[in-house]
Write a protein that binds this ligand. Sequence first.
Ligand code: TMP
Length: 236
Amino acid sequence: MQKMEQMYEGKAKKVFATDDPTLCIVSYKDDATAFNGKKKGTIEGKGVVNNRMSNFMFQLLEKNGIPTHFVKELNDRETLVKKVTIVPLEVIMRNKAAGSMAKRLGLKEGTELLCPVLEFSYKCDELDDPMVNDSHILAAGFATKEDLDTISSMSRKINEIMCEFFASVGVELIDFKLEFGRTTDGQIVLADEISPDTCRFWDIHTHEKLDKDRFRRDLGGVEEAYAEMMKRIGLL
Ligand code: TMP
């Protein structure tokens, strides 16, 4: 597999073309941003944690019947993935109120929810990723009804698999963000990453935050939290 030109650079990853038009290489950086890039910093070793944890999670999900873009881990920071066109939606699943939902609805962080919440944001930095509902998505053509149904049911199943797995390692999955893409042969697959950047992880007993909120909120112990998550899932 030949790594070729850089196709794209995002806030946390770069994507490179390969000599196979159906495959790309993602390369995870240590750069950290929050609040749509208004806060910037570095989390030492984050690229390695996010690459390895994402690949571990994608393989766990594949075993449970969820199609993903994962093909092969190439090294600590780089992974071969299926080339996809990203559906321009951030899909957020929530099990307890936290972050923007806690703020918007005036709920204390950690408030129990009677059922999981599925939210969508339109991926658009200039607009600060506005929240949208099903009818906005269909009306604006961000996704078709069929794709939205696939994405919604996959997201709910992913939530069940992930909640059970993280509970088994003493971590409560508060909420997380997913992105989906369409492969060159037309299949909708889970893409992007699953990491402490994109999930809220709380220790089940102490409720200590083990995710990027430590960076967003200047809580300290950021690298230590990422390393603790790697230990919990058996990768360190
Ligand atoms: P929120 O409470 O700020 O809306 O975040 C919900 C979840 O989504 C949380 O686990 C963090 C994750 N997330 C991202 O991965 N990327 C983003 O740009 C944002 C705003 C949140």
